[in-house]
Design a protein around this ligand. Structure first.
Ligand SMILES: *[C@@H]1O[C@H](CO)[C@@H](O)[C@H](O)[C@H]1NC(C)=O
Length: 445
């Protein structure tokens, strides 16, 4: 018995010892890699990759291929931003790995195109799909690594936070509001907006942020000089609507970035088309739009100048004879509605009351439905990410297929018997283009 017991103990300790060896064997080499965060881009390989991830709280990895053009253009950008990111309050280390050479590692990290940027926050990956210009890259990465909701304890902490946040994203600050009430949104909108709660702020802050009681949630759009206040209820749909609707400024200038934001919103768009967004008359009208937007939060108000984006405006049938500013309600897809008798906002008369009439007409359903001419809204967005290239390829493939077919028809009669199989031939090239989608490819900026 005793011997048996001793043996069991011996075996057990052997197992534990062996297990411990295996454990340390697995992990010691990781610890043995010494990385210095000196503001340069660290070149990784498959033997030190995992230890790099565990060595840094925040590490951005560029999965590149030596032959890819976009990777070559990105590389100097990363070199340039690396020292700046190393100096942040929350330093971000930049590393790169030849994902074409280390394919097993690349497939483990689900790399399907080059370059792919992944930010590992405490080892957890978030694919970085934001802009790649140096300044914007830094701005977006700062947002990615910031706490979901920052807790600010003084006026100066608040001013610092707003200052640091910059102008690119909307900022939500809860005054006298419990952090837990907005924590969910801080997480959900992590890559799109800043969230903070502030306590013990002075009267000066209340004036600056235009609220007169707490709790209050203030949404700020620094780049549009806009802010709005919400006094509750801080729960359910009410809170969610406020946060979602305030991802956009009250009145949205239509351009490529804001179109993408509009795509995430479900509301219909009151679109005002002016000749030039920047002239005096338009600025006056935008103010009127802003107050209408405040009173009609179930609609998004937007404007665009013919001068600023003619191609976009063209799809709403604007030509030389169109009376501007033209106003319509757009479903963000292929359809828009004109309101009978309120097709334009005459700038010689009171535009405020004309706009009220327009909205009244819309709400009462006195509208004329129209289809947009040209590519749909989705087409617009896609055209910004290289849809033209895709069309070109499709046209080329179709063209080649026609040529092929013609050549075939011109051939001897022995081919004629096989006309049935042509149907299959037609499928063949499209299949091969499908497959290309799944292979690592050159990613666009
Ligand atoms: C990986 O990189 C480290 C650091 O540059 C180097 O010491 C190591 O030899 C490399 N390992 C392989 C397998 O290339």
């Amino acid at each position: 018995m005793a011997t048996k017991e001793r043996m069991t103990v011996a075996v057990k300790s052997l197992i534990i010892l062996f297990w411990a060896r295996a454990w340390s064997f697995d992990f010691r080499p990781a610890a043995a890699h010494q990385f210095t965060a000196d503001g340069t881009v660290i070149e990784l390989n498959d033997s030190n990759f995992d230890s790099a991830l565990s060595s840094f709280d925040h590490i951005l990895v560029d999965f590149y291929a030596p032959w890819c053009g976009h990777c070559k253009r990105l590389s100097p950008v990363l070199d340039a931003v690396a020292p700046l990111l190393a100096n942040l309050n929350q330093p971000i280390v930049i590393a790169k790995i030849d994902a074409d050479k280390y394919r097993k590692l690349a497939s483990k990290h689900e790399i399907d195109g080059f370059p792919t940027l992944k930010l590992f926050v405490h080892g957890i990956p978030i694919e970085y799909t934001g802009p790649r210009k140096p300044e914007l890259l830094i701005r977006f990465l700062k947002k990615y690594v910031a706490p979901d909701v920052s807790v600010l304890k003084s006026d100066s902490a608040l001013y610092n936070f707003v200052d640091e946040a910059g102008k690119h994203f909307p900022i939500f600050i809860g005054f006298g509001l419990d952090e837990s009430l907005i924590a969910e949104y801080g997480k959900r909108y992590k890559q799109k907006a800043w969230f903070a709660v502030a306590d013990d702020v002075s009267e000066e802050v209340m004036v600056a942020y235009d609220f007169d009681k707490t709790p209050a949630l203030v949404a700020i759009h620094p780049s549009y000089n806009e802010q709005s206040v919400f006094y509750g209820p801080f729960e359910g749909e009410f809170l969610e609507d406020f946060i979602r609707q305030n991802q956009l400024p009250l009145v949205v200038p239509i351009k490529s970035e804001t179109l993408k934001l509009l795509n995430n919103d479900e509301r219909k768009v009151v679109l005002t088309i002016v000749d030039d967004e920047l002239n005096e008359k338009s600025l006056k009208l935008i103010k009127i739009l802003r107050s209408a937007a405040t009173a009609n939060r179930d609609l998004v108000f937007a404007y665009v100048g013919v001068k600023q984006w003619e191609d976009f405006v063209d799809t709403f049938d604007v030509n030389k004879n169109t009376k501007l500013p033209k106003v319509l309600v757009w479903d963000r897809n292929d359809e828009y509605q004109l309101v009978e008798g309120s097709e334009s906002l005459d700038d010689f008369e009171d535009q405020r009351s004309q706009l009220s009439l327009f909205l009244e007409g819309f709400r009462e359903g006195r509208t004329i439905k129209k289809g947009i001419s040209g590519p749909s809204f989705v087409g617009f967005i896609n055209s910004l990410v290289g849809m033209k290239t895709v069309y070109l390829i499709v046209v080329l493939v179709a063209f080649l297929m026609v040529i092929q077919k013609l050549a075939k028809q011109g051939d001897e009669a022995r081919y004629r018997r096989e006309t049935q199989s042509e149907a299959q031939d037609v499928n063949a090239p499209s299949k091969s283009t499908d497959q290309r989608d799944y292979q690592p490819s050159d990613k666009e900026d």
